[in-house]
Ligand binder design. Sequence first.
Ligand code: SF4
Length: 311
Amino acid sequence: MKIITQTGREELAIVYLAELESGDAIEFVESLQPPFAREKKWVLIVSTLIGCPANCPICDAGGFYKGRISKNDIFAQIDYLIDKRFPSRRVNVDKFKIQFARMGEPAFNPAVIDVLCELQSRYHAPGLMPCISTVAPVKTGAFFKRLMEVNHCIYRGRFQLQFSIHTTDDRLRDRFIPINKWDLKTIGQYGERFFVAGGRKIALNFALEKNAPVNADILREYFDPEIFLIKITPINPTYRAVENQMLSYVEPDRPERYRTLVDSLQRAGYEVILSIGELDENHIGSNCGQLVSNHMRQKQALAGAYSQAKT
Ligand code: SF4
């Protein structure tokens, strides 16, 4: 793996664009959460697919798909960041999160489970907490079966599982996640078996679109607040979100817009996390798939200019 470029700010987030031996471009990220120092919290976000076949309209990773990233190349992303910051591979960070949540739906890649199995022994990292963020595609039962074993046998609850739900309206959910996926009942049932008492709750992620309802009564039907929590995020201004006119309901400077929703979810018994992020992250292009997407657009533009120059 060869690093082509990087963008971002040392004290916030850096996105790396890398080229695999195949010539395909991937991206991965390291981020901090100001005001915390790296030794307190450090988050790595790695890619698991080259693009993504799910093609969600809010995500730049979904505009193309060229295959899975191998176990070695997933590790190459993690190794690069750890060797850069902690060359001894002793990662003394209180909260060291590795998220398999950059380019690609992780359930489409069985190598993610192989990485999870080896992760703990590869580095000395007492604060390690892996995180999978998924839209729960159908026909990935083998992945989720192994994931449950990994949680129960290796991480024992020190694992963060997140399901991207986005809305409780089935029709809109099909628009936001345009693949066959588990319904809310199946996600709820899996979550109950996955959960380890005393371990991390399972997050239900909502990247809130302006017209997408979130109904607390529907959530209560399937999701026990003792096992699930709600995470609300804005829709980031990716190229595809803008093209698809996906307008964010959550705006950092307009808390009154989502206060009512947060109140209703809390009244229903849920812990609610508002993950607004730093506005600067939009400016450094640290939203999923943006750097690779940019890189590909530039390459296409160059190829177009080149072929025009030849005619
Ligand atoms: S949001 Fe996730 S599942 Fe959807 S296209 Fe992006 S990477 Fe794939």
